[in-house]
Design a protein around this ligand. Structure first.
Ligand code: F6R
Length: 241
């Protein structure tokens, strides 16, 4: 595991974006595993900037996102499909049919999980971007006595729904379920890029990276992967030696 701590968030974004741009230069048909949330927004902005500056095309790139809410169509501004279009896909030259998220409107959620996992099996990500939840979650894989390996549907915990309620008209509009890649799907990526910012995540960063490997801290399972790159801002890294 390689851990880099950056003085500023901008330096972190720049470094992460360069990793993606360098990969696409070397491998124009790269497969990228992507994430949503607040953590990647600055990275996506830098990727867009660097792609323009260096004339790098995403025409051959394929992407798979970690997760999506069950029941939200891509037009809903809280869906992860909407987020990805807003922050990245509409601003680079990637063909829409090469971008993938679980289909939040799938009629048969179990069949949708199988379909998504089969695509990941066939073309594992060259690099998988991950943020980190305060309780150690990755994707929507929450702390639990056991974890599902492949893509699956999770019941969202009340605390997760409450934390997200501010983005919706009311608590009733917050989805109760989500699709997520499982920890097994995530670990299939060739390289994993874990990005964490902020003092409020310093304790979970230390637990996940240096504590026991346990499903009670899903990100601690990343310790079993041979190629993990961790990018932290100074605040998120403050409890590491
Ligand atoms: C996003 C995702 C989540 C977030 C995590 C951190 O696709 O799967 O695991 O990465 O909740 O969220 P932020 O970045 O908003 O702190």
């Amino acid at each position: 595991m390689k851990i880099h701590v950056f003085e500023t968030s901008e330096q972190l974004d720049q470094y992460a974006a360069e990793l993606f741009i360098d990969l696409i230069k070397a491998k124009p048909d790269a497969v990228l595993g992507l994430a949503t949330g607040s953590t990647p927004i600055g990275i996506y902005a830098k990727i867009i900037e660097q792609a323009k500056q260096n004339n790098v095309s995403f025409g051959g790139v394929t992407t798979y996102n970690l997760d999506e809410y069950v029941g939200l169509p891509p037009e809903n501004d809280q869906s992860y499909a909407f987020y990805m279009n807003q922050h990245l896909f509409s601003r680079i030259d990637i063909p829409a049919n090469q971008t993938h998220l679980p289909n939040g409107m799938a009629e048969d959620p179990q069949a949708e999980c199988k379909r998504y996992e089969a695509m990941l099996e066939e073309r594992p990500a060259d690099i998988q971007l991950l943020g980190l939840g305060h309780n150690g979650h990755i994707g929507f894989n929450e702390p639990d006595g056991g974890l599902s390996g492949p893509t699956h549907v999770v019941q969202l915990k009340e605390e997760t729904r409450e934390a997200n309620a501010r983005f919706f008209a009311s608590m009733d509009h917050v989805p109760t379920e989500a699709f997520t890649m499982g920890v097994g799907s995530i670990l299939k990526a060739n390289t994993i890029l874990l990005v964490v910012r902020g003092s409020d995540k310093a304790r979970i960063v230390k637990e996940a990276l240096t504590g026991p490997i346990t499903t009670l801290v899903p990100a601690s399972l990343l310790q079993t992967h041979p190629r993990v790159i961790v990018l932290l801002d100074r605040e998120a890294g403050r409890m590491l030696e």
